[in-house]
Design a protein around this ligand. Structure first.
Ligand code: FAD
Length: 345
């Protein structure tokens, strides 16, 4: 079969690209290994308010779990730093499914349980996972939206090799809270712990640099014990998840007729791990560049909008987070909530 665009991955990046392309009449095939877009959820589920302004149709009431106002940081030296962080904690499964549905309603053909295998002589090889059958399609353009461990990225050039390892429990909150809580701790090396509220529940997780000799589950258990003993959450685990977060910055998003979006292109913040909005924006930009037949614009715009910020954060990670000893020195230089972040390179 011949398509205008093959989109690999039906996360927020791939589905947004498919949606933008299909709305303008492009013939799009989107494939994903999953049975259902967005399931299982591997996310703390926060997105900033600005994303809703740009794509209101991605935010029907049922995808929002709760609104949040601020991000409050708890340091090991006792300082508490708050910064405005208006946005939403989502039902991420519903959020992803809604964008994929919008793409399909506009004409995208979605093939689930289909794995991208590789390129060969102008063909793209895929596999029907359930039938274990390989097949190929042709497409004028390929969008690699296949997440942090992107195979499209690996097969086309430079790809991310450093990641944050994460683990998360979903647990009942004792009292509702209206902010995102961030904890820096010596036992969460190269990262942080989070408590993100979802009405009467919370996502309680940690992200660590896996180069440190600390097991991510041990780190999470310790963090969960700390926030449970503070009386913030109940000592009862309702769900578990985790995953990898690219921590290196952006990797050349344009490779011939292949465009990388979202985590596949490293468009995830190497320190905070935030990547949903960036995936949506880069997905839209890649789709628009294809429609306008101006692929170079995609690379330029994506680098302008995200490259310098994300690469700066990646450099800070390398410069300051290789050791995890003097947190009072490291944290203010690596988090935007602190004045020192803006002073130092
Ligand atoms: C624990 C955790 C917490 C996070 N919390 C937040 C948060 O609160 N806020 C935030 O903004 N970001 C968060 N992130 C990051 C965020 O989840 C990602 O940045 C975001 O999902 C990127 O979207 P994407 O579309 O690029 O990739 P993904 O959402 O990863 O989608 C990629 C898709 O590609 C599919 N795929 C992979 N390989 C293949 C293949 N070979 N063939 C076919 N399909 C394939 C996958 O099944 C998947 O559906 C978190 C990440 C983790 C792990």
């Amino acid at each position: 079969m011949k398509y205008d665009v093959l989109v690999v991955g039906a996360g927020p990046g791939g589905s947004t690209a498919s949606y933008v392309l299909s709305k303008s009449g492009a013939k799009v095939l989107m494939v994903d290994i999953k049975r259902k877009p967005g399931v299982p959820v591997q996310c703390a589920e926060f997105v900033p308010l600005q994303l809703k302004h740009r794509f209101p149709e991605f935010f029907p009431q049922e995808v929002i779990s709760q609104e949040v106002k601020d991000m409050v940081h708890f340091t090991p030296w006792g300082e508490v730093v708050s910064m405005p962080s208006e946005g939403f904690v989502l039902h991420r499964d519903r959020f992803d499914a809604n964008i994929a549905n919008l793409a399909c309603k506009n004409g995208t053909q979605l093939l689930l349980r289909a794995r991208f295998l590789g390129f060969e002589d102008g063909k793209v090889w895929l596999e029907n996972i359930d039938r274990r059958e390989k097949f190929w399609v042709k497409a004028d353009f390929v969008i690699g939206a296949d997440g942090p461990r992107s195979k499209v990225s690996k097969l086309t050039g430079e790809h991310t090799t450093s990641f944050l390892a994460t683990a998360q429990f979903t647990v009942p909150l004792r009292e509702p809270i209206g902010d995102l809580l961030i904890y820096f701790r010596d036992y969460i090396p190269g990262g942080y712990g989070w408590v993100f509220p979802k009405k009467d529940l919370a996502n309680v997780g940690v992200g660590i640099d896996p180069h440190y000799p600390v097991n991510v589950m041990d780190s999470l258990r310790k963090f969960f014990a700390e926030v449970a003993s503070e009386g913030l959450v109940e000592d009862r685990i309702l769900g578990r998840t985790g995953g990898w977060i690219p921590a290196e910055g952006v990797k050349g998003p344009l490779r011939g007729n292949v465009l990388l979006v979202g985590d596949a292109g490293g468009f995830c913040h190497p320190i905070t791990g935030g990547g949903i909005a960036n995936a949506v924006y880069t997905g839209a930009m890649a789709g628009e560049a294809i429609l306008q037949d101006s692929l170079e614009d995609y690379e330029e715009e994506a680098m302008d909008l995200f490259g310098s910020t994300l690469n700066r954060a990646a450099r800070k990670r390398v410069k300051y987070m290789k050791t995890w000893d003097d947190l009072k020195f490291i944290i203010p230089r690596t988090w935007i909530a602190f004045e020192e972040y803006w002073k130092e390179e």
